[in-house]
Design a protein around this ligand. Structure first.
Ligand code: 13P
Length: 340
């Protein structure tokens, strides 16, 4: 199989109907923040134990197509029998992926905006990751809505970096998850979120085209169109679904195989309900599969039960499995609130 054929095959597997992607790629500082919230020390060992809890959840492959790792985790192994996590996942038919950006830094000349870094040596790093079993990667661009922002500089710089990253990934046989995240933090309206996301996605697809990225071999990971979390008027589930579909239909080419949303700080239930309505109401009319690539919305309940204790592992795994199952059903439009 050529790299191109492999890319297209894997991109389609990542967004297969009824399944989605677990984002377990929290950097060490982010993981430390999450552990602090439950009173657990963040060490290489506790982070390994936490990821082991998630990844050894029985039957998770029914609803999880891929897992995004952080560099440290990609090199770790199961607690019980020291099987590398990548091998463990591949044995279950789950595709391992890797976060390759090195974080969002201040955009020079634009102190309230961010640019994601990590292009230096990316070609060599991707070759190593491919050898280690990774078949997809992730790069997250961060776009903030506020007074006079985002600027054109922010849209362009981030879209350009995403496209350069995506092109390097495909050269290495790795499917790029292209993630331009418009943050829900702020007092903006849903209309402002729509307009900013529309502009961001338009710029991203322009830059992907310029860099000759094969759209059949990417997965888009966007935010949903939401009211800012401090906006006094909060759009309901129907409106979020409708505006999100409207925005994607006007920006995302039909050759993209699938769209896997980030949860972005939505509650577990909202993230599931929004995805469900999009699929139950609009999927007949859509060119791409719509699924999830959630971090917090898949992990939060399990994290709160786990608390760093071995005896809590089965209950934490049940909680993770439950969220994965509900989101799997939502990706087919078959979820209902009574399943909560
Ligand atoms: P959340 O679903 O917690 O937003 O995380 C998804 C992700 O990968 C952000 O980059």
């Amino acid at each position: 199989m050529t790299y191109k054929e492999e890319l297209i095959k894997n991109a389609n597997l990542m967004v297969a109907k009824g399944k989605g992607i677990l984002a377990a790629d929290e950097s060490t500082p982010t993981c430390t923040k999450r552990f602090k919230s439950i009173g657990v020390d963040s060490t290489e060992r506790t982070r390994n134990e936490y990821r082991d809890m998630l990844l050894t959840t029985p039957n998770m492959e029914d609803y999880i197509s891929g897992v995004i790792f952080y560099d440290e985790t990609l090199r770790q192994s199961t607690v019980k029998d020291n099987t590398p996590f990548t091998t463990h996942l591949l044995n279950k038919g789950i595709i391992p992926g890797i976060k390759v950006d090195i974080g969002a830094k201040v955009l020079s000349g634009h102190e309230d905006e961010k640019i994601t870094e990590g292009l230096d040596n990316l070609r060599e790093r991707l070759d190593d990751y491919y050898k280690m079993g990774a078949r997809f990667a992730k790069w997250r661009a961060v776009i903030t809505i506020g007074d006079e922002i985002p600027t054109q500089a922010c849209y362009e710089a981030n879209a350009h970096a995403l496209a350069r990253y995506a092109s390097l990934c495909q050269e290495a046989g790795i499917v790029p998850i292209v993630e331009p995240e418009v943050l829900m933090d702020g007092s903006h309206t849903i209309d402002e979120c729509f307009n900013v996301t529309f502009t961001a996605l338009t710029e991203v697809f322009k830059q992907l085209d310029t860099q000759s990225v094969i759209l059949e071999g990417i997965v888009l990971k966007p935010n949903m169109i939401l009211s800012g979390n401090r906006c006094p008027v909060q759009a309901g589930v129907e409106e979020v679904a409708h505006r999100t579909i409207e925005c994607l239909k006007s920006t995302v080419p039909s050759t993209v195989p699938g769209i896997a949303f980030l949860s972005g700080g939505q509650s577990n239930k909202d993230a599931t309900a929004h995805l469900n309505i999009m699929n139950s109401k609009y999927s007949d009319d859509l060119k791409w599969n719509l699924t999830y690539s959630y971090g917090r919305a898949l992990q939060q309940s399990a994290l709160n039960i786990w608390l760093g204790k071995t005896e809590n592992v089965p209950a934490a795994q049940d909680a993770f499995f439950h969220r994965a199952k509900l989101n799997g059903l939502a990706s087919k439009g078959k979820y209902s609130e009574s399943m909560e």
